[in-house]
Write a protein that binds this ligand. Structure first.
Ligand code: GLC
Length: 444
């Protein structure tokens, strides 16, 4: 059996009719950035289905433009916190979470448009999405950066998509755990505890959800009330790249309709570019998150810092410094790109976002390296991701030292990354589209 056939099987298994869940039981709803990556995977063999993924995601959009990190299209008992905890709905009345995620949608929509074989159909889809994408970006720039500093804040670690990163340890440690209502850890029914967040962190995650819910997860009260406000590297740099892609889409497909939006996006880009300087930590040679509560950079080296390359704004000197860090991290762990500094005592190769490798993060770093003209290093990142897929198929994340698949298996966005990113590089980089016969493929 080929890796590609297995990827099709995974996406089919996780398809819920128009949207895809990341993994049955563990993540039984539609997740925001997962769906965007999955749409890229579908685009390689079923364009109509790919656009549906975005349609259904944007059905979850709020009237203020926010696109939630989870859309609860249907009920499920397997996941918590669910709709009963968030208690909010989209503009069309669908229950959703009250948090968002890295705004990768415009980046993916541009690619989907560019690779579509049916350009007329694709254009129609994009034209429908443009006002929604703009409203989403505007929500980030206005609601999550009310003083227009050029740095948007996440109000919960889950909004970074790097949920359990050690980047949050200090800022999260200041979140009070008072009057915490009872909650259940349903994730621990599906994945071993040592690969998931610890109880003390989870208590704070839930406490934050409670605080934000008291403020109806809505601006402006909730922004001020949140005891956690962080300028996350991933969210800010993805937004800066997504703004460029949205600008391209508007200028290419409907410049007259979006004249004033185009001006606004250009202003956002100027201010994000200026603010980017604040993320750079000269001493560590990496872009760091910013704790907006005290204006300080968070001294913590994580893979999020490399996503700066996506903006196209990193100088050649700094790019060299980032490359050197990538080399050193690989030297220590064997694979590109660990989620956390392998030289730190907080590094853990098996625990969620504190060490393991994620295929989608590698893809973002690959794209950043290509943007910076660093094709050789980009290919090394692709080759390592392929090695991990070959060894353990489509895991949620991988132990860089052993290649072991961790978290959930048969994971949608990892399968999509094979189809969209790695498979097209197969001829050039010598990837073999064949499953190692010793692997036990569920349902094969
Ligand atoms: C975890 C990840 C997040 C992802 C979700 C579904 O919560 O941290 O980035 O979107 O799983 O795969």
């Amino acid at each position: 059996m080929s890796i590609t056939e297995e990827a099709y099987r995974v996406l089919k298994m996780n398809d819920r009719g128009g949207y895809t869940i990341p993994r049955p039981k563990l993540y039984p709803f539609q997740w925001n950035w997962d769906s965007c990556f999955v749409a890229l995977g579908f685009m390689t063999y079923d364009e109509k289905r790919a656009w549906e993924e975005l349609d259904l995601l944007f059905q979850g959009q709020w009237s203020n433009g926010m696109v939630p990190h989870i859309i609860f299209h249907r009920e499920s008992d397997n996941y918590s916190p669910g709709p009963d905890v968030y208690q909010v709905v989209s503009a069309t009345g669908i229950p959703t979470s009250g948090l968002s995620q890295p705004p990768i949608a415009s980046f993916c929509v541009r690619r989907m448009y560019e690779m579509s074989s049916d350009k007329e159909a694709a254009k129609e889809k994009v034209l429908k999405l443009l006002p929604r994408l703009f409203a989403y970006h505007k929500w980030y720039h206005d609601v999550r950066d009310p003083m227009h500093t050029g740095v948007v804040s996440i109000l919960h670690p889950w909004e970074s998509g790097r949920d359990n990163s050690a980047d949050w340890d200090d800022a999260l440690g200041r979140v009070p755990i008072t009057n915490l209502l009872h909650y259940e850890r349903k994730d621990l029914k599906h994945v071993a505890a040592e690969q998931r967040p610890r109880k003390e962190d989870y208590d704070r995650y839930m406490s934050l959800v409670q605080i934000l819910r008291e403020h109806k997860h809505d601006a402006p009260g909730h922004y001020l009330a949140s005891p956690f406000k962080v300028g996350d590297t991933t969210v800010n740099f993805i937004l800066a790249r997504a703004d460029q892609d949205l600008l391209w889409l508007m200028e290419t497909l409907a410049p007259d309709t979006y004249e004033s939006e185009i001006m606004t996006i250009k202003e956002w880009l100027v201010s994000s570019k200026e603010a980017m300087e604040r993320f750079w930590d000269e001493e560590d040679g990496l872009y760091h998150c910013i704790d907006v509560m005290n204006g300080q950079r968070i001294k913590s080296n994580s893979s999020g810092g490399f996503t700066a390359l996506l903006t196209g704004w990193v100088s050649p000197e700094r790019t060299e410094i980032l490359l050197e860090k990538l080399r050193r991290w690989k030297e220590e762990t064997g694979k590109h790109v660990v989620s956390f500094d392998p030289y730190s005592p907080r590094f853990d190769p098996r625990r969620y976002w504190r060490g393991p490798v994620w295929a989608i993060v590698n893809f973002l770093i690959y794209e950043g390296l290509v943007t910076a003209g660093q094709n050789k290093m980009a290919k090394e990142v692709a080759a390592d991701t392929y090695e991990l897929v070959k060894q353990s198929l489509f895991a949620e994340y991988y132990n860089p030292q052993t290649g072991e698949g961790l978290g959930g298996d048969s994971f949608s966005w990892t399968a999509a990354m094979w189809l969209y990113w790695l498979k097209p590089l197969a001829d050039e980089l010598g990837f073999v589209d064949e499953i190692n016969s010793e692997l036990d493929v569920a349902g094969a």
